[in-house]
Design a protein around this ligand. Structure first.
Ligand code: NAP
Length: 247
């Protein structure tokens, strides 16, 4: 995938899937501005690791939940890179609990960090994309948006919301050659899933036809496909990258 000269924003690029996306896009020739919430050291490491590809890499502390911070981030990317072609809405959190024990705050926090953040960054990014009549947007949803999952009503609602948002915006923006797609990862080894114990991991592997947990790079490679010329005729789709869990 050759993305030479393209300019990208990736939210939540300090760890896990976001980090793999930053490295993959940089390795294909992209200038990348990535955000993080609090992991300063991890973000600095991603910045130095990605610089070896010779493109411009910027890390920025920016709370994806806040529209004003998304606007500042997009302006910083436009100033630093002179344009914006690609947006990857990856930042996300989970605060799991059964509904009867789930607090209103935990519901609101997850919806705001996972779904409102996608609105914030997409709204802030589309103006320059519409102006140049080109843009590639990829939103990271989840397998549980399709299957449901007990103990994750807030998370599942946010990830299902991302799919609806993706389809609505794909239709709004298609005439300007802006594609908008979602990826629904299955279980991927990151800090978000590392807290599972061995028994829980075994139970998960049993539900996966390919019989293995995914790696962050499995998701990153599909992002780089969706933002490349090879995917020019794909929009409004949900790509399942889950070892066959959803068929
Ligand atoms: P992770 O390892 O926990 O990393 C989350 C990233 O998001 C970090 O870079 C974090 O920054 C950032 N972040 C969180 N809240 C933020 C905020 N308000 N503003 C800006 N950045 C924020 O998670 P992951 O497993 O890589 O997940 C990445 C995405 O994939 C998420 O949307 C997740 O829901 C989705 N997903 C993951 C899996 C999986 O199995 N891992 C499966 C399906 C979908 P800090 O480092 O500063 O905290």
């Amino acid at each position: 995938m050759n993305l030479k000269g393209k300019k990208a924003i990736v939210t939540g690029g300090s760890r896990g899937i976001g980090k793999a996306i930053v490295i993959e896009l940089a390795s294909q020739g992209c200038d990348v501005l990535f955000t993080y919430f609090s992991s300063v050291e991890a973000a600095q490491n991603v910045e130095s690791e990605s610089k070896k590809f010779g493109t411009k890499i910027r890390a920025l502390q920016s709370d994806a939940s806040k529209l004003s911070e998304a606007e500042k981030t997009v302006n910083y990317a436009l100033e630093s890179f002179g344009g914006l072609d690609i947006l990857v809405n990856n930042a996300g959190i989970s605060k799991d609990n059964l509904l009867l024990r789930m607090s209103e705050n935990d519901f609101d926090d997850v919806i705001t960090a996972n779904l409102k953040s996608v609105f914030n960054f997409t709204k802030s990014s589309v103006k320059p994309m519409v102006g140049q009549r080109y843009g590639r947007i990829v939103n990271i949803s989840s397998v549980v948006a399709i299957t449901g999952n007990p103990g994750q009503a807030n998370y599942v609602a946010s990830k299902a919301g991302i799919i609806g948002f993706t389809k609505a915006i794909a239709k709004e923006l298609a005439s300007r050659d802006i594609t908008v797609n979602a990826i629904a990862p299955g279980f991927v080894i990151t800090d978000m899933t590392r807290k599972l114990n061995e028994k829980q991991k075994e139970a998960i592997i049993n539900q996966i036809p390919l019989k293995k947990i995914g790696q962050p790079e499995d998701i990153a490679r599909v992002v780089s496909f969706l933002v490349s010329e090879n995917a020019n005729y794909i929009t409004g789709q949900v790509i399942h990258v889950d070892g066959g869990m959803v068929m």
